[in-house]
Design a protein around this ligand. Structure first.
Ligand code: GTP
Ligand code: MG
Length: 360
């Protein structure tokens, strides 16, 4: 996409060069020649204007490729202890403070090991967030921790979680939770998982299973070790320099600070002061905070941060791209809003057409 000329863009979109030139003028851009390479932002804008579907392919512009921490999502059946487990891992007491003990929002935190390694955990409110994000192209999760209560065993949402992980091609590490309970039976859980096609290490496969108790805080070291081992096998790396490619994990409106987005950088570095387009919103990053709330100058891969300075509220799964100026940010945001609206209407009218067909 980057460096594409107007001529190539015309060929790709099937539109006449004149039409594209008019759009270019309308958005206040001028080029010397139709053979002059366009910036990726302008190319996207023009493509959207003519109704072409757009997908940015991120070419690595940086050179520094470094190992990065794994990003882990915890999934499992209702009440099997996802929040308690995350809570135990983070050594605070969020579950206790949550209304009814049900996860209220999607956040993120980092567990740091003595070895210097760290793991980024996403606290999702369920499978919906995971699949919604994946559907929107935001594949931020590297590993799924599948929580199965040792007394309850494999349940419908356990199976759902397995199929989500499989569909996303994300490896699973099983945490058999509530092992402190008298009715705990992890052997039964193993057999159930095996019959669902999970190839556990015990049985010659490569899926690790760890027995834990979120309540008694036992087995947590083993779980963390298992996650780091899994990460090592995956050889997770990211480009650290160059423009950031990041995704929104959660967004909320703060009374004083305006829209806030929890974001995870996939590649590159997000820097305070940069102009960004986030989904169809835009803004200039006024502040970056780490998970503890401390101000940071920049965000590097797999580091969850909260960003401030957006003009509107983005959605989970939105991509964050860095643009050169406020002008560009505004324009791209407006272009994307228009396209999303057009797609939405198209979907509705397609839905109607289908309904009509069915009723005939
Ligand atoms: P939802 O968010 O509603 O899907 O539930 P969840 O999976 O986050 O489960 P949660 O952590 O809220 O725990 C559900 C219940 O199980 C709570 O009453 C916890 O105290 C209890 N529980 C969680 N982990 C353990 C454990 O290791 N042992 C025992 N005995 N109870 C646990
Ligand atoms: Mg929960």
């Amino acid at each position: 996409f980057d460096g594409m000329t107007l001529v190539e863009l015309a060929k790709r979109t099937g539109e006449g060069i004149g039409v594209l030139q008019d759009i270019l003028i309308n958005v206040g851009e001028s080029i010397d020649s139709e053979f002059h390479p366009l910036s990726i932002d302008i190319a996207e804008l023009i493509a959207m204007e003519v109704g072409a579907s757009v997908k940015r392919i991120h070419v690595s512009e940086g050179k520094e490729i470094l190992p990065r921490p794994p990003v882990v999502t915890v999934m499992g059946h209702v009440d099997h202890g996802k929040t308690s487990l995350l809570d135990a891992l983070r050594q605070t007491s969020v579950a206790a403070n949550e209304a009814g003990g049900i996860t209220q929002h999607l956040g993120a935190f980092v567990v740091s090991m003595q070895s210097g390694a760290s793991i980024t955990f996403l606290d999702t409110p369920g499978h919906a967030a995971f699949s919604a994000m994946r559907a929107r192209g935001a594949a931020v999760t590297d590993i799924v921790v599948l929580v199965v209560a040792a007394d309850d065993g494999v349940m419908p949402q356990t199976l759902e979680a397995i199929s989500h992980a499989k569909a996303a091609n994300v490896p699973i590490v099983v945490a058999v939770n509530k092992c402190d309970k008298p009715a705990a039976n992890s052997e039964r859980v193993k057999l159930q998982l095996a019959s669902e096609g999970l190839l556990l290490e015990d049985m010659g496969g490569d899926i690790q299973l760890v027995e834990v108790s979120a309540l008694k805080k036992t087995g947590l070291d083993n779980l963390e070790e298992a996650l780091l081992l899994q990460a090592e096998v995956m050889n997770l790396k990211a480009r650290v320099d160059g423009p950031a490619q990041a995704y929104v994990v959660e967004a909320r409106l703060h009374k004083g600070r305006g829209p806030l987005a929890t974001a995870i950088v996939k590649a590159g570095t997000l820097v305070c002061g940069q102009h960004v387009v986030v989904g169809s919103e835009w803004g200039r990053i006024r502040a970056i905070r780490d998970v503890v709330g401390n101000l940071a100058e920049r965000a590097t891969p797999a580091m969850p941060v909260e960003i401030e300075g957006l003009k509107g509220l983005p959605m989970a799964g939105d991509d964050i791209i860095v643009v050169q100026s406020e002008e560009r940010a505004r324009m791209l945001s407006a272009g994307r809003k228009k396209k999303f609206e057009r797609d939405r209407l198209l979907k509705i009218s397609n839905g109607r057409a289908e309904e009509l067909e069915q009723s005939e």
